[in-house]
Design a protein around this ligand. Structure first.
Ligand code: PLP
Length: 851
């Protein structure tokens, strides 16, 4: 029965235990393990039952238990100690910005369709969400004024079970939001705060929940409100669930609803960071609001809004991007684009690579790129891939100059280091690795960790993993209805001392989870060596619509069931954040073998190396920039063959070779103390090399320096007064765009005579016709470098040319010089670019003219 009325009974805790409630409502604890232990101690069984969700746990815990502990002095002192530490963190005044004399009136909203913060809040599917969660935690640590915005999914992402044939089953439990670490945002009169978005023939409402993440807030929109049509209450039921129409509804709510929620909450926001294109409709709503607020036209409002938008793309393949057919755009946006003052054609062009192609669907990444002044990929290699992928949007611009930068992903260091390793770091590294993980000095102490202690801590974490894996395996076999013998056998799989390989990630074809099984006999020989045993733990979900991914799971499960692999290959169901922690904490080798360049970054390997695991991967994502011969192993050197099966065969062979010739011998070569000295040496080098770099502190600092602060400064400049400069910039762009087709490089001359001496300079003169444009509107450059056989300029450099003479009738003479610093055949060209002080990037407008 659906009860017509409901009410919520607020929890009441004894005075001395009140801090527990505050702690329970914060998703980020500075002292994670100690805080979790406060709860666990009250009832370890119930803590497991509640899935480590402290709010649900407190709801379920009998009042008598609380009363009893309130009288336990040891316990209440511990609560007080953790509480004081939490308060000190929450109230810390000095921020990283102040420490580095960086300032700017920034207020950042970080939009993401998913956030992976805690297993207790299952609104994440994978890497994108985990990155958002870790970013939020680092932003809190650094005191950045940032708020997260996302959707609250009633059924979260699916829970994975496998049937007896190894086929993935998707379960969708319905979460009770009152049992989650969330608070409903209310108006002054106590009624829930709601925002509305217009859908065909109706308004859809969403209420707003707040999750606390350390010192920051994450706002989550929830369409499951009584006022909505029954069908609309399901808009936010599942993350990435449903058809294309459901997807556009979710993205309208996230982007447009999200901006409205910030406004309704009274949060002035100037900077919006788009974590992938799902939230890109926010750019339209920001333009609409600025237009209305300041009485701007679309073009000026667009300049102003875009100056504060940062777009981070995570997708190296076109198939990963949301595309909406024009009929859906018409259905949901006809009224909306009219309110922006745009025609249908102008509106749809914002999401099209070719603005004149009427058939082209509306592309969310194109929308994001067109309406963000700042953009980046998530590793250096992915930056290059993204520039190539989107070069159509900037025709004639050399690929390396496409305005999409690269900021490599990271992980939130203290969240991913296991308890034994953390204790070791606290002892030998001091507090720096937690407080300032991006400083190399914080990791210098790794050298001082005695080999024996390092090995012991690592082995203890491996043992914990083996125990965890056996328990999980037994539970999943039981749930699957397996026989008692099989369940009992689960307690004997894996060996706590064997070389352990972890492979856990979304199951998708390009990640090649079955690559290790390319030659099952060879693998069986490797794993089955009684002197030097090796074992592998797999985990990962396949997207519900990805049949190929599901087949790969089935394949692994089938191998794991074979006699020769039964004790050494395990597939754990329902990969989530907690399982990831156990895995990255306990493995010796973290394996990744994606097909380059399809993995934009990947972050699980970063979590593993923080725990002393060694990383083995193809040269893709972060590993392409991180690998060194002393710190890990590379499968191949980044070669890409057209023949995919051939590529797979070559890389599988390389992987087997690495295992047989390098990895296994190094692991099992022990000194007189029984320690793998060479292995430990590598562990130390790896921790010391990667610790300071691949973390979200470094990443957030880079986002701040490269984007947030310059964006805030530009936004302020454009907005100042009566948005004078935004209006001027828009008018200037308009004028330059109109005048550009007439601009010509009429003649180019140099004084070189074909051959020059090293160290001399080549003077170049160019006659430029600018038509209606003026010299201050443009920059004239010499673009030069070594000439390849194909007559392409490589490693190009640029020199700005000086205006020498105004020749009249729109003609100008420019000159400049090329310093001859390198020998060999060189080439140059002259080009004209638009120039304006308020352009975030000279090539942003996409205009360029070559001689
Ligand atoms: C870190 C993490 C990911 C992302 O890992 P990739 O290496 O990017 O695939 C996915 N899921 C969970 C649960 C994680 O903890």
């Amino acid at each position: 029965m659906h009860p017509p009325h409901s009410f919520y009974v607020r929890l009441s805790l004894p005075e001395k235990l009140r801090p527990l409630l505050e702690l329970a409502l914060n998703l980020y604890w500075r002292r994670e393990q100690e805080t979790a232990y406060l709860f666990r101690r009250l009832d370890p069984g119930l803590w497991e039952e509640a899935g480590h969700n402290p709010v649900l746990f407190l709801h379920l815990l009998p009042q008598e238990r609380l009363q009893a502990y309130a009288g336990d002095g040891d316990y209440t002192r511990e609560v007080e100690r953790v509480w004081q530490e939490h308060l000190a963190y929450q109230e810390r005044q000095v921020t990283w910005l102040q420490e580095h004399n960086l300032s700017g009136n920034v207020a950042i909203a970080y939009f993401s369709a998913e956030f992976g913060l805690s297993a207790a809040l299952p609104i994440y599917a994978g890497g994108l969400g985990l990155l958002a969660g870790d970013l939020l935690k680092s932003a809190s640590d650094l005191g950045l004024p940032l708020a997260g915005v996302s959707l609250l999914y009633r059924e979260g992402y699916f829970r994975q079970r496998l049937d007896r044939q190894g086929r993935q089953q998707e379960l969708y439990p319905r979460y009770n939001f009152y049992d989650l670490p969330l608070e409903l945002e209310r108006r002054a009169d106590g009624t829930p705060l709601t925002v509305q978005v217009a859908f065909p023939d109706r308004e859809v409402k969403a209420q707003v929940w707040r999750a606390r993440v350390g010192r920051l807030n994450l706002y989550l929109l929830d369409a499951d409100c009584r006022d909505n049509w029954e069908s609309d209450r399901g808009i936010t039921d599942r993350l990435y669930g449903g058809d294309l129409e459901k997807r556009i509804q979710q993205e309208i709510l996230l982007g447009i609803g999200g901006v409205r929620a910030l406004a309704a909450l009274g949060r002035e926001t100037t900077i919006c960071h788009l974590n992938e294109g799902h939230s890109a409709f926010l750019a339209l709503e920001r333009i609409r609001q600025l237009k209305e607020k300041h009485g701007l036209d679309f073009a000026a409002a667009r300049e102003l809004a875009a100056s504060g938008h940062i777009f981070t793309t995570h997708t190296p393949v076109a198939a990963g991007i949301d595309l909406f057919p024009p009929y859906l755009m018409d259905k949901y946006f006809t009224g909306y684009y009219q309110s922006l003052g745009l025609s249908r054609q102008e509106f749809l062009a914002l999401g099209r690579q070719d603005p004149n192609n009427q058939q082209e669907p509306f592309n969310m990444a194109v929308l994001a790129l067109r309406l963000s002044a700042w953009a980046n990929g998530v590793s250096r290699l992915h930056g290059r891939t993204a520039r190539r992928m989107w070069r159509n949007l900037w025709p004639e611009v050399p690929e390396e100059e496409i305005p999409i930068g690269a900021i490599t992903n990271g992980v939130h260091t203290p969240s991913w280091v296991g308890s034994r390793m953390a204790a070791l770091y606290d002892c030998y590294l001091g507090p720096g690795w937690r407080e300032e993980p991006a400083e190399a000095a914080s990791w210098a102490g790794v050298e001082h960790i005695p080999a024996r202690e390092l090995w012991q801590a690592h082995e203890e974490q491996r043992e914990e993993l083996v125990v965890y894996a056996r328990r999980k395996l037994a539970a999943q076999l039981e749930a699957r209805g397996s026989g008692s013998l099989e369940i009992a056998a689960a307690t004997e799989v894996l060996h706590p001392r064997a070389l352990t390989i972890g492979f856990a990630r979304r199951f998708a074809a390009y990640k090649r989870p079955a690559l290790l099984f390319s030659d099952p006999e060879r693998l069986a020989r490797i794993l089955g060596d009684p002197q030097r045993p090796v074992q592998i733990i797999f985990a990962g979900k396949a997207h519900p619509g990805d049949e190929e991914g599901k087949k790969l799971i089935q394949q692994i499960v089938a191998y794991a069931g074979r006699k020769e692999f039964r004790r050494s290959v395990v597939f754990l169901e329902d990969y989530d954040l907690e399982m990831a922690r156990c895995l990255v904490g306990g493995v010796d080798i973290w394996l990744g073998n994606p097909r380059r360049p399809l993995e934009a970054s990947s972050t699980s390997g970063m979590k593993a190396v923080l725990n002393g695991a060694l990383h083995v991967s193809t040269m893709d994502g972060w590993w392409d920039e991180a690998w060194t011969p002393a710190t890990g192993w590379a499968i191949g050197r980044g070669e890409v063959f057209d023949d995919v099966p051939y590529q797979d065969a070559v890389e599988a062979a390389q992987l087997y070779d690495l295992l047989e010739k390098e990895i296994i011998p190094l692991f099992y070569t022990r000194d007189e103390e029984g320690l793998p000295a060479g292995w430990l040496e590598r562990m130390k080098k790896s921790i010391k090399t990667y610790g300071p770099v691949f973390n979200t502190h470094r990443m957030v600092q880079e986002y701040s320096r490269q984007f947030y602060l310059p964006a805030a400064a530009l936004y302020q400049r454009l907005e100042a007064g009566r948005q004078e400069r935004a209006r001027n910039l828009a008018a200037w762009k308009n004028r330059v765009q109109a005048g550009w087709p007439r601009v010509r490089v009429e003649r180019v001359e140099d004084d070189g005579g074909g051959e020059l001496d090293l160290g001399s300079t080549l003077t170049v003169r160019a006659w430029i016709f600018l038509g209606e444009l003026q010299p201050p509107d443009v920059k004239v450059e010499i673009y030069y470098g070594l000439l390849e056989a194909a007559a392409e300029i490589t490693a190009a450099e640029k020199e700005t040319m000086k205006l020498e003479e105004e020749l009249g009738e729109g003609r100008y003479l420019y000159s400049g010089a090329i310093p001859c610093r390198r020998a060999g055949r060189q080439g140059y060209n002259v080009r004209v670019l638009p120039y304006h002080v308020d352009l975030a990037h000279p090539l942003q407008a996409g205009l360029i003219l070559w001689g």
